[in-house]
Design a binder for this molecule. Structure first.
Ligand code: SPQ
Length: 735
């Protein structure tokens, strides 16, 4: 790629840059320069460079690229030397951890001379140092920030960028000031803290005791105190202003924590610690543009479902997603501490927890389904520092938009690629009619920006579609609106919000299809037991029905009458389903559900059951495709605006498996028969991925299901439970 590369300064970074490019054969010759004769000798001996020079002028003759890898404070002097040489067309670049002072020095040195300079900074330090630690792989999967300026041209920027990419780095460009501020916070401050902590403890008289009993935490936290002192001394002096700014903010936070300890303010401590505990993971996932749970980390996660099998056993599927969301929302707005059990630890519900943490609510857990929410009252939420990220969760975004419309502060709600395509005008329009100020993206899609400080007025709203999310959103806004807020639905939808508000002692009147709230009351903390999610149980209800010789019991499933459409539809198809041990838990009816194999037959699905089974249709389509005869679904156009277009995506997949299906604008027609194997796509929709897994029970060959990562949004242990009952589906590489 280049003729001669000259690396000035053969420390860890300069040495690794030289060695990496030399090993990859990307330079005709690599020349090293260092003041230390031992480093020069070692550099040649270890194959870091082809040759070394002591004299700068000799080294730089005929250079194409000159890498400046000296300590930052030596940069000024080096640049002053370089300006005296004839560098021709050579490109200068550097690796300094602070860029402002390097750029100042370069501007000064080359004030009236041409130069091609591309400042850079590989974020790939190590507490090791010296040419002997040089490692050609050091920059693999590390970020390199280039801070292009007026001293360099485009071609120079491209070439330097290419060199780093060849070394496996991930190159980004940034302006100099931004770079220095970001690095002051993410790198320089932690080093300062590590150095100070070790020094402060080491100075004490009992220092031997301290270090003798130092546990892993101390060692982890102080690892970077082993870094090169001279280099770090340089960095702090070079990036003084940015470091001071970030240090002052940190000192304020540290003082607040000190005061909390002093005052015995456990609530404040818990708030900081619970937020911090999840923050690393949360931001990492936002940056990676995936949601929250790590187990299923790739967007291209492929499930391989092997054909056949029968199912048996007793299982409890995870907690209800809809109820889990609402337990956090209402628990946060309540006065007092709400204990939640059976909480769904899936990504969607975790997104709701994170949003309330971002608004200052202290939430402990989840731990084995237990969550403790320290309510702040209806007016206790605080402005979040940045946008609230809702991941894949439509429920979080739509319900939150209602209550955020009435807060005193602005908020922005964002989501992943799937959520960013979903319609939000269904909530934005009625909320605006109540006085909310909401901006949406194009065509009413996310992100939503909600302006604070508005006075909402209640209204009577006739919902144009049957949607529990729209109803709940408006009822939550109604808690703050003047007068009463009524929502009338065209067909019954899940009523968890109404039930739970009452559970928190907030009056809700429900008359026929209209639910009404008015402001002026409060929510009082309570205990919530979340039943198992019937929408997750649905996969096993279909599995138990379609697999041969099967019998399965699903324990403690929520059978709220607004959710049991799946049971009604399967029974109409001939399913053998019985409810046992029916009881009421925390205001929600619950039962153990027994399902046995049955010869299903096709039916015309009654339209009034559609909203009561809205999330279960993907797996019902699987049941229909192995049933005897034709199944027809109408009045289900809502399926087209879920996490995917569930009509089209299921039709495509079932066709690929050899089924006879015909999508219609508001439903589907399925001729039951046999299913083969094949390749299908879940399009990031959890319910599609799980439905095709169930289809394998009646398939004649394996089914490969692409894009399954979002199963973690609603059913994190789906694969484990499937295996437990006899369904042979697994992540492909582990299959
Ligand atoms: O939260 P999200 O992504 O909208 O989740 C889904 C699902 O399949 O898990 C819908 F795609 O469930 C919704 C459901 O379809 C959850 C819900 C609720 O908790 O209020 C209500 C239904 O949505 P809608 O649009 O009919 O109100």
């Amino acid at each position: 790629m280049i003729g001669r590369l000259v690396v000035i300064g053969l420390g860890l970074i300069g040495g690794s840059f030289a060695k990496g490019l030399r090993e990859r054969g990307l330079c005709r010759e690599v020349v090293g320069v260092d003041l230390d004769p031992e480093s020069r000798r070692l550099a040649v001996e270890l194959g870091v460079v082809d040759r070394c020079e002591e004299d700068l002028a000799t080294a730089c003759q005929g250079a194409d690229v000159i890498q400046l890898a000296v300590p930052i404070l030596a940069m000024e002097k080096l640049l002053a030397e370089l300006v005296k040489l004839n560098l021709g067309e050579a490109i200068l670049t550097d690796v300094g951890s602070a860029k402002g002072n390097v750029l100042r020095a370069a501007r000064l040195a080359f004030a009236d001379k041409p130069v091609r300079f591309v400042p850079g900074h590989p974020i790939a330090g190590s507490e090791q140092s010296g040419v002997e630690a040089a490692n050609g792989q050091l920059f693999r999967r590390h970020k390199v920030i280039l801070t292009p300026c007026e001293l360099g041209d485009d071609a120079a920027l491209q070439l330097v960028s290419k060199l780093w990419v060849e070394l496996g780095a991930d190159v980004e460009c940034m302006d100099v000031e931004h770079h220095d501020q970001v690095l002051a916070a993410t790198s320089h401050l932690p080093h300062l803290l590590a150095f100070t902590l070790v020094d402060s403890l080491a100075k004490r008289s009992e220092n031997l005791e301290i270090f003798r009993y130092a546990a892993g935490g101390f060692r982890d936290f102080t690892r970077i105190a082993g870094s090169d002192p001279v280099m770090w001394h340089d960095i702090f002096l070079a990036n003084r202003e940015a470091v001071l700014r970030t240090l002052d903010v940190f000192r304020g936070d540290l003082d607040a924590l000190r005061d909390a300890v002093d005052a015995g303010d456990g609530h404040q401590l818990l708030g900081v610690f619970t937020r911090a505990r999840v923050a690393r993971e949360h931001f990492g996932k936002i940056l990676a543009r995936r949601a929250y749970v790590d187990a299923m980390h790739s967007n291209d996660l492929v499930f391989l479902a092997n054909p056949g099998g029968k199912v048996s056993g007793r299982i409890r599927v995870p907690g209800d997603k809809s109820i889990s969301h609402r337990s956090i929302m209402l628990g946060s707005l309540a006065e007092g501490v709400t204990q939640v059990e059976g909480f769904l630890e899936g990504e969607d519900a975790l997104a709701t927890i994170q949003a309330f943490r971002d608004m200052g609510v202290v939430i402990e857990g989840p731990h084995h389904g237990r969550v403790t929410v320290h309510g702040v009252g209806l007016n206790g939420l605080q402005a979040p520092a940045g946008p609230l990220y809702m991941g894949n969760s439509g429920t979080s975004m739509r319900l939150l938009s209602g209550l955020l419309s009435a807060q005193s502060f602005d908020t922005t709600l964002t989501g992943d690629a799937s959520l960013s395509k979903r319609p939000m005008n269904r909530v934005a329009k009625p909320l605006r009619a109540m006085g909310a100020v909401i901006e949406t993206g194009p065509e009413g899609r996310p992100p939503l920006t909600i302006r604070g400080g508005q006075r909402l007025t209640g209204m009577d709203y006739e919902m144009p579609m049957a949607s529990a999310q729209v109803k709940s959103c408006l009822l939550l806004a109604g808690l703050y609106a003047a007068g009463h807020t009524s929502v009338t639905e065209p067909a019954p939808t899940r009523d968890h919000t109404e039930r739970m508000l009452q559970g928190f002692g907030y009056p809700v009147s429900v008359e026929g299809s209209t639910a009404t709230v008015e402001a002026g009351h409060k929510l009082t903390a309570t205990h919530i037991e979340v039943p198992a999610d019937i929408s997750s149980a649905a996969f096993f209800l279909v599995a138990g029905s379609i697999a041969q010789d099967s019998e399965l019991v699903l324990e403690h499933v929520g059978i709220n009458p607004t959710r049991t459409g799946i049971i009604d539809i399967l029974r109409l198809m001939g399913g053998d389903i019985t409810l046992e041990n029916q009881r009421e838990v925390g205001g929600e009816p619950v039962a153990d559900i027994r399902v046995r194999s049955a010869q299903l037959k096709g039916i015309d699905i009654p339209e009034d059951l559609v909203p009561l089974a809205i999330d279960e249709f993907p797996v019902l389509f699987v049941a229909a495709s192995v049933a005897e005869g034709r199944t027809v679904l109408r009045g289900a156009e809502e399926l087209r605006v879920k996490e995917s277009d569930r009509i089209q995506v299921m039709a495509d997949g079932l066709l690929a498996l050899g089924a006879k299906v015909e999508p219609t604008p508001d439903g589907i027609i399925i001729e039951g028969g046999a299913l083969g194997g094949g390749e299908v796509w879940a399009h990031g929709d959890h319910r599609i991925a799980m439905s095709f897994s169930i289809a394998s029970l009646r398939a004649t060959a394996p089914i490969r299901i692409h894009d399954c990562a979002n199963v973690a949004t609603s059913f994190p242990n789906f694969l484990a439970l499937s295996e437990q009952v006899g369904i042979r589906v697994a992540v492909e590489s582990q299959a």
